[in-house]
Design a protein around this ligand. Structure first.
Ligand code: NZQ
Ligand code: ZN
Length: 381
């Protein structure tokens, strides 16, 4: 194993922690308060944030969409530049946090911000960024990743840089009380797949990584089986599990996959499907396609996570168990569940896959390119 790992995001976890932001944002900062479609105005979060910001100069930008649109973020970037704001405060789910990461980087860049998203230009500088998370799912609150969609070309692309990792993240599970059940289910599945992308590869005897991944996977299954949004401990455990699932440690020094995500982004860009729903559709099909390469880890997961017994079909049964887990959570596991029922309907989407030249060499063995992606999609019908 060989890795360097640093996660400098300060975490403020628990009830009432929103007020902690006053100690984190420099006194003379000119703050952009950025948020989404307005859920924070309905659940008291906006009031708590503006109260905490009373001693700062600040302006707000609202309307960052789920799967944040590049075109909208350009408006925010213009506002920050025009008003000479110098601190970005993201309040919302992964989409708002991701959007703010591009805002933070693009405000220090003179060229076309899309070059940052497509990784044509590496991030060399970014404004400081802090966040208040209201939806546990992505881990974006303490990682350096961002996913942005250009509506003009329907491209959903991801970039990453330690420079856009939030300086602090407030995780107050009370903010989750107003989440629609659909978003909580999405959160459980997104976090589950994040762990799988870093665990379900091939064995490298990383006992600490594997043990932690298995604990988090079992936690998410337990939370799914005891779904209770109004329970304090339930919300706390989900918020912490989703954070730990993608704060960078699980993937440090071990093989990682991320092909389910790469294919899922294409589905969202084309059909508008929720991020987590794309994962529950793609992953079972991808695991079946990659069964030979992933057999060892699938067997380990079957034993240690699902409590299955040793037998020649353990790997296959583990994939079935994952699929059943999603079905029990009322997540789609087939393209037909989102209205794409046959080859004819799938055809135009497969054509789009062919046109995306960045879709190649995905997965821990770099053996998933456009041809394999199309096979995975056909088998997911
Ligand atoms: O916009 P508002 O009004 O706030 O409503 C949002 C939105 O409609 C709502 N919501 C959030 N908190 C709420 C709430 N409603 C009521 N009460 C609350 N407390 O939930 C809806 C979905 O929000 P969104 O931020 O889109 O969800 P999520 O956190 O699942 O983020 C998804 C995005 O993150 C990307 C995804 O691809 C997708 O674009 N990801 C980012 C990652 C990263 N940066 O590391 C990794 C992930 O794999 C993922 O790709
Ligand atoms: Zn995800």
């Amino acid at each position: 194993m060989l890795f360097s790992f640093q996660n400098p995001t300060a975490i403020f976890f628990g009830r009432g922690q929103i007020s902690a932001i006053t100690d984190q944002i420099p006194e003379n900062a000119r703050v952009l308060l950025a948020y989404g479609g307005g859920s924070i105005k309905k659940n008291g979060v906006y009031n708590q944030v503006t109260k905490a910001l009373h001693k700062y100069q600040w302006q707000e930008f609202s309307g960052i969409e789920p799967n944040p649109h590049y075109e909208t973020l350009l408006e925010a970037i213009a506002l920050v530049k025009e008003e000479k704001l110098d601190y970005i405060l993201a309040v919302g789910g992964g989409s708002v946090v991701d959007g703010c990461k591009l805002i933070a980087a693009a405000c220090c860049y003179e060229g076309e911000p899309w070059d940052i998203v497509t990784r044509k230009t590496p991030v060399e500088k970014a404004l400081p960024l802090g966040c208040i998370l209201t939806l546990p799912a992505t881990g974006s609150e303490s990682n350096g990743n961002s996913v942005v969609t250009k509506m003009a070309t329907r491209e959903k692309r991801a970039f990453g840089s330690p420079l856009v990792r939030p300086q602090f993240a407030v995780l107050d599970p009370d903010t989750m009380k107003t989440l629609p059940e659909r978003q909580l289910r999405n959160g459980i599945v997104d976090a589950f797949v994040h762990i799988c992308e870093q665990y379900l590869t091939y064995p490298v005897e990383a006992m600490v990584h594997d043990g932690y991944a298995e604990t988090l996977l079992k936690t998410l299954i337990k939370l799914a089986n005891s779904f209770d949004q109004q329970d304090d401990e339930w919300r706390e455990n989900l918020m912490l599990a989703a954070n730990q699932a993608l704060n960078g440690f699980l993937g440090a020094g071990v093989p990682t996959d991320w092909a389910t995500h790469g294919i899922g982004h294409e589905i969202t860009a084309y059909y508008g499907t929720d991020h987590a729903a794309t994962l529950s559709i793609v992953q079972p099909s991808l695991l079946r396609a990659q069964l030979k390469q992933k057999r060892g880890k699938l067997r380990q997961m079957g034993r240690n996570v699902f409590g299955l017994h040793e037998n020649p079909f353990l790997a296959e049964q583990t994939i079935d168990a994952i699929e059943n887990f999603y079905n029990k959570l009322h997540m789609p596991t087939r393209l037909s569940h989102i209205g794409v029922g046959n080859n004819e309907q799938l055809k135009p989407f497969l054509k789009t896959i062919d046109s995306r030249d960045y879709l190649h060499d995905m997965g821990e063995h770099a053996n998933i390119s456009q041809k394999e992606i199309k096979e995975i999609l056909v088998h997911a019908l």
